[in-house]
Design a protein around this ligand. Structure first.
Ligand code: PHE
Length: 362
């Protein structure tokens, strides 16, 4: 029993959980001195057992109590140290979860598809690598037509199997021809997509986006065109005070051709679409090219122009995005700068719907 005092002293002085465990094994383990004493009880005479037994049990209890007390105090000291070392400043903002955003061009194309779907337009597509027949000839621009030179076209060095020059389409108008040839009449389509011209400054990039609209039916006239554009622009800019000015113009594929200006108002020196026009503080800006589809184009589309008429329009998607969301440099659209995308991009759940508003931002 002479081991009791040194054991208790050693337990009180143990400074790690491992040291406490080693002392437990030395005293209470199978080979421990307390266990050995307990085993010796069996060989004792009843008198001896009565006098020694309680002292052995008392020693065991004293060692057990000392061990658990020391263990508890070492554990709480370890916890204190951990709490002192680790800090969490709950006043800091939550770290930003990494996320992508929807590019304004994609968003605006979705908005346009939604608006025109509501007016019964389907989406049509055509290739970006086009031939000069679809891009020019069938749109009433024969080889010698001066308008061809105005398009700053990117040509490929080789011709296709039918001897047609291949190029990057300079506008979405060739989709008019493809839609008429593949779907016939009546027809109501929009064709959003990439187009290419050899041109580059703050408002022109070699690749940009257009949306084409085409309606072919019986008895179509300019009134249908004006109503459609007015309805579209009101829905797109989400304002009822949209005013339009139709100006006579020229495109080889429409006759008559109409350039469409929309009224703007100056707000803090910036042009904002809506109101304006011929009033003080207002003005006009061009937003669309359009017109009644040229008879020759309807023929190239495989339809009889005495039976079918139509209107077409085309406009820049990037420009529409700039006018609606306020960017002022087109080049930034195609830089892929995540800071620009973070600022002007849209959340994946900002799906444009007519019921919630085509320009709704979460
Ligand atoms: N394709 C013309 C352009 O790129 C726009 C347009 C389309 C004009 C349809 C009239 C009709 O400028």
């Amino acid at each position: 029993m002479e081991q009791l005092e040194p054991t208790l002293a050693a337990i009180a002085g143990a400074d790690t959980i491992e040291a406490v465990e080693a002392l437990r094994v030395a005293a209470l383990g199978k080979q421990g001195w307390v266990s050995a004493l307990l085993k010796s009880l069996g060989a004792m005479s009843p008198e001896e057992r009565t006098s020694t037994g309680p002292r052995i049990h008392a020693a065991r209890e004293a060692v057990t109590a000392a061990l658990s007390e020391r263990r508890a105090s070492l554990e709480s000291a370890a916890l204190e140290a951990k709490l002192a070392a680790e800090t969490a400043d709950l006043s800091l903002p939550a770290p930003a979860a990494p996320r992508g955003s929807v590019h304004p061009v994609s968003q605006v194309m979705d908005e346009l598809a939604e608006i025109f779907a509501d007016m019964g337009f389907a989406v049509a597509t055509g290739p970006e690598i086009e031939d000069d027949w679809h891009n020019f000839t069938a749109l009433n621009m024969p080889e010698t037509h001066p308008a061809r030179a105005m398009h700053d076209t990117f040509y490929f060095p080789d011709k296709d199997a039918e001897g047609r020059s291949m190029l990057l389409r300079t506008h979405t108008s060739p989709v008019q021809i493809r839609a008429m040839l593949s779907q016939g009449a009546p027809l109501r389509v929009i064709a959003p997509g990439r187009v290419y011209r050899s041109d580059s400054d703050a408002t022109h990039t070699p690749m940009f986006h257009q949306i084409e609209g085409l309606v072919i039916d019986k008895g179509i006239h300019l009134g249908h065109l004006k109503w459609t554009l007015e309805t579209f622009l009101k829905a797109f800019f989400e304002r009822d005070d949209i005013v339009l000015r139709l100006r006579p113009s020229y495109f080889p594929f429409t006759e008559p051709s109409v350039e469409v200006d929309v009224g703007y108002t100056l707000v803090n020196g910036k042009r904002v679409v809506g109101g304006g026009g011929d009033v003080p503080g207002g003005g006009w800006m061009e937003v669309l090219g359009s017109g009644m589809v040229n008879r020759k184009v309807i023929e190239f589309g495989g339809l009889d122009p005495d039976e079918w008429q139509g209107f077409a329009f085309g406009t820049g998607v990037d420009r529409l995005a700039m006018l609606k969301y306020g960017m002022d440099d087109l080049r930034a659209f195609f830089d892929g700068d995540v800071r620009w995308l973070g600022h002007y991009g849209f959340g994946a759940l900002d799906v444009p719907t007519l019921s919630a508003g085509v320009g709704a931002r979460a």
